[in-house]
Ligand binder design. Sequence first.
Ligand SMILES: Nc1ncnc2c1ncn2[C@@H]1O[C@H](COP(=O)(O)OP(=O)(O)OP(=O)(O)O)[C@@H](O)[C@H]1O
Length: 351
Amino acid sequence: MTATETTPSAPAAARTPLMTLAGVSQVFDTKAGPIRAVDHANLSINPGEVLCLVGESGSGKTTAARMAAGLAKPSGGQVAFAGTDIWSMNRRDFSTFRRSVQYVHQDPYASLNPTRTIQQTLTAPLLKHGVVKGARAAAERAAELLTKVDLTPPENYLPKYPHQLSGGQRQRVAVARALTLDPKIIIADESTSMLDVSIRISVLAMLGRLRDELGVGFLFITHDLAIAKYFGWNGKTAVMYLGRIVEFGPTPDIINAPTHPYTRALIDAIPEPDPDLTKTKGTGSLRSLEIPSLAHLPPGCTFHPRCPLFEGGLCDLTVPELVEIRPGQSAACHVVARDGAEPVRPDEPAR
Ligand SMILES: Nc1ncnc2c1ncn2[C@@H]1O[C@H](COP(=O)(O)OP(=O)(O)OP(=O)(O)O)[C@@H](O)[C@H]1O
């Protein structure tokens, strides 16, 4: 949703998004020259809401997520938490923000300290931030958190080191650690992509249960629209391409009735025989499979060299803005903005 979108009947407090990224950009200096990994992204997350950020590798998802988590300062634009620019916060408020927004990395092995037991990993933040008092209470809370992420009985896991656990168990520990400080938003960055399919599904199911039980907001980063469908069905999805958000809307609309040709191509590319996903197939093939380099972006719409809807003199001249195509659903495409999206077929309810 955009920063301005509200629910008419929502109480006033619920109308202020918990987190807002307003016109946020990130430029990196590389050997090939400056690259704009994220370009003027607008996103927001309301309390308890799921926002999925979907795109191919290199589209800027992690860079956007790191800015949302306060792990990287944007080159431009503003990241606000509860209405305040996080980079103008004093130390105390910034620390509160960092506690409230927890990042779960895609590779928990890299983010868990190999020299700490699971008990130490979980009790350290509890004690450091005074969530509980004393080692005994911290150990009890650590056991509760392990139970929350289905690592039971917790006594089996508390004395272990990360290398003694499987990938799925480590991912659960990373989620338990994210929960130690009672966050308002969890940023889950491809947090299941390194796991085998069956383990991936069980970790996703556990995250889904936490989403429902704890009312915590999620920024869920994935390259896989099928995962966004599974996890973010009741939320919103933003599709990124080469640093820009090209389509945004309620997840069911993005899945059932995508409007941007890139989103349609992503759905076409899903190999799984998912009937909901495959029924939007046949929307035209890409003109090129090559993804341009961020260091040498094509002029105009950066998707134009690949786009089946390409029109010379239009798409290669100006960058399209994200505009509303259907209520609540917006896309950055000159042709779709001018001609409208293909009508939703009767068997494809928009929601
Ligand atoms: N610190 C950095 N310095 C230079 N370039 C960077 C840096 N971090 C990211 N990039 C580049 O920015 C672009 C976007 O990267 P990012 O990791 O945000 O994409 P992503 O969509 O999360 O990809 P993936 O799914 O592979 O993680 C890539 O071209 C990447 O090489």
